[in-house]
Write a protein that binds this ligand. Structure first.
Ligand SMILES: [Zn+2]
Length: 99
Protein backbone atom coordinates (compact mmCIF):
# COMPACT_ATOMS: atom_id res chain seq x y z
CA UNK A 1 0.00 0.00 0.00
CA UNK A 2 1.51 3.33 -0.99
CA UNK A 3 1.90 6.35 1.25
CA UNK A 4 -0.91 8.38 -0.28
CA UNK A 5 -3.42 5.59 0.01
CA UNK A 6 -2.70 4.89 3.67
CA UNK A 7 -2.91 8.65 4.31
CA UNK A 8 -6.34 8.77 2.74
CA UNK A 9 -7.38 5.73 4.71
CA UNK A 10 -6.19 7.40 7.90
CA UNK A 11 -8.23 10.50 7.07
CA UNK A 12 -11.29 8.39 6.38
CA UNK A 13 -10.90 6.57 9.68
CA UNK A 14 -10.67 9.89 11.52
CA UNK A 15 -13.83 10.99 9.71
CA UNK A 16 -15.62 7.75 10.58
CA UNK A 17 -14.59 8.13 14.19
CA UNK A 18 -15.78 11.72 14.35
CA UNK A 19 -19.12 10.86 12.73
CA UNK A 20 -19.60 7.95 15.13
CA UNK A 21 -18.87 10.30 18.02
CA UNK A 22 -21.47 12.84 16.87
CA UNK A 23 -24.00 10.05 16.22
CA UNK A 24 -23.45 8.77 19.74
CA UNK A 25 -23.88 12.24 21.24
CA UNK A 26 -27.04 12.89 19.22
CA UNK A 27 -28.63 9.62 20.33
CA UNK A 28 -27.50 10.40 23.88
CA UNK A 29 -29.55 13.60 23.86
CA UNK A 30 -32.83 11.73 24.01
CA UNK A 31 -31.59 8.84 26.18
CA UNK A 32 -33.39 8.36 29.47
CA UNK A 33 -31.68 8.03 32.82
CA UNK A 34 -28.37 9.53 31.75
CA UNK A 35 -26.08 10.63 34.57
CA UNK A 36 -25.04 13.73 32.64
CA UNK A 37 -27.37 16.71 32.55
CA UNK A 38 -28.90 17.74 29.23
CA UNK A 39 -26.69 20.83 29.24
CA UNK A 40 -23.59 18.64 29.57
CA UNK A 41 -24.80 16.35 26.81
CA UNK A 42 -25.46 19.31 24.52
CA UNK A 43 -21.99 20.66 25.31
CA UNK A 44 -20.49 17.26 24.45
CA UNK A 45 -22.40 17.20 21.18
CA UNK A 46 -21.21 20.68 20.28
CA UNK A 47 -17.64 19.68 21.02
CA UNK A 48 -17.92 16.52 18.89
CA UNK A 49 -19.50 18.50 16.08
CA UNK A 50 -16.71 21.06 16.13
CA UNK A 51 -14.20 18.23 15.83
CA UNK A 52 -16.11 16.79 12.87
CA UNK A 53 -16.52 20.02 10.91
CA UNK A 54 -12.86 20.46 9.87
CA UNK A 55 -12.86 16.87 8.60
CA UNK A 56 -15.83 17.41 6.28
CA UNK A 57 -14.92 20.93 5.21
CA UNK A 58 -14.73 20.95 1.42
CA UNK A 59 -11.40 21.85 -0.06
CA UNK A 60 -10.67 25.51 -0.44
CA UNK A 61 -12.35 27.02 -3.45
CA UNK A 62 -9.93 27.40 -6.33
CA UNK A 63 -8.57 30.89 -6.29
CA UNK A 64 -11.04 33.34 -7.75
CA UNK A 65 -10.91 36.88 -8.92
CA UNK A 66 -13.48 39.39 -9.98
CA UNK A 67 -14.16 39.93 -13.65
CA UNK A 68 -13.12 43.54 -14.34
CA UNK A 69 -16.09 43.95 -16.69
CA UNK A 70 -19.13 42.34 -15.05
CA UNK A 71 -17.72 41.79 -11.54
CA UNK A 72 -18.73 38.13 -11.35
CA UNK A 73 -16.41 35.76 -9.54
CA UNK A 74 -14.35 33.81 -12.06
CA UNK A 75 -11.38 31.49 -11.79
CA UNK A 76 -8.19 33.32 -11.12
CA UNK A 77 -6.49 31.61 -14.07
CA UNK A 78 -9.29 32.36 -16.52
CA UNK A 79 -8.40 34.49 -19.52
CA UNK A 80 -12.03 34.95 -20.51
CA UNK A 81 -15.02 35.60 -18.27
CA UNK A 82 -17.49 32.76 -17.95
CA UNK A 83 -20.38 35.22 -17.72
CA UNK A 84 -19.74 38.13 -20.04
CA UNK A 85 -17.00 36.47 -22.17
CA UNK A 86 -14.78 39.53 -21.85
CA UNK A 87 -11.07 38.82 -22.00
CA UNK A 88 -8.87 39.74 -19.09
CA UNK A 89 -5.41 38.72 -17.99
CA UNK A 90 -5.02 36.51 -14.95
CA UNK A 91 -2.84 38.05 -12.22
CA UNK A 92 0.77 36.96 -12.20
CA UNK A 93 2.03 34.24 -9.95
CA UNK A 94 -0.59 32.38 -7.95
CA UNK A 95 -2.57 31.05 -10.91
CA UNK A 96 0.34 29.18 -12.45
CA UNK A 97 -0.60 25.58 -13.12
CA UNK A 98 -4.19 25.99 -11.93
CA UNK A 99 -6.63 23.77 -13.85
ZN1 LIG B 1 -17.38 39.18 -16.85
Amino acid sequence: MDQTKSGEEHERNRLRGAIAEVTLRVSGLSAQGEAESVADRVASLQKSWLQLVPLIQPEAEPTRRECPHCHQRIRSAATRCLYCLAKSAPPDGDAAGAA
